[in-house]
Design a protein around this ligand. Structure first.
Ligand code: ZN
Length: 180
């Protein structure tokens, strides 16, 4: 009997652009050749909020996301508008946690508005897609990639995100195929 492939579950977290989340969910399936569900949504967990930093602690969110899983093999990816952090970084765009099998990606710094520029979905959506594929890849045991064109390339700067493609390089693709 063939093993059932684990699902990817996308969670809109807080007040987030649902059209963009929907579009993202339909692109994630083909990228990882598996089915994707979208959950109805979840509130931003209050306990993740750090009042001094005015940011949300990504690991607390990841731990909370684990509770939405229908089975341990599911990968849960949340999308939010709020700014995220982990203690060792000033900010982060996304975070993945192998222990809980969950990840969270923030639109906060992916938006043109953050840089004082007019909002432009044609720039924001590809950034969200790339960062979500990048983080989801880690949940399937991929490490960071040094190929600047690979979607799995570590990128905190918008320029790096804009310059990389939304596809895995051959090395990451092969590693991923072994995992999936
Ligand atoms: Zn790669």
């Amino acid at each position: 009997m063939a093993l059932l492939k684990s699902k990817i579950v996308v969670v809109p977290l807080g007040e987030v652009d649902f059209v963009m989340v929907n579009r993202l969910a339909s692109a994630l399936g083909p990228a990882f050749t598996r089915s994707v569900d979208i959950l109805k949504g979840m509130k931003m967990p209050k306990e993740a909020y750090n009042v001094i930093r005015n940011q949300y602690y990504a690991q607390v969110i990841a731990t909370k996301l684990e509770r939405t899983k229908a089975n341990p093999r599911e990968k849960v990816i949340a999308i939010c508008e709020e700014d995220l952090y982990v203690p060792e970084e000033a900010y982060i765009i996304g975070w993945d946690d192998a222990v809980t099998g969950s990840a969270v990606i923030s639109l906060y710094r992916l938006r043109q508005e953050f840089y004082g520029l007019p909002e432009d979905d044609s720039k924001v959506y590809p950034r969200l897609l790339k960062e979500t594929i990048h983080r989801t890849g880690h949940l399937f045991d991929l490490g960071e990639c040094r190929n600047a064109k690979c979607v799995n390339y570590f990128s905190q700067m918008m320029l790096d995100i804009d310059n990389k493609s939304d596809r895995f390089c051959d090395i990451c693709r092969r590693a991923l195929t072994r995992q999936i």
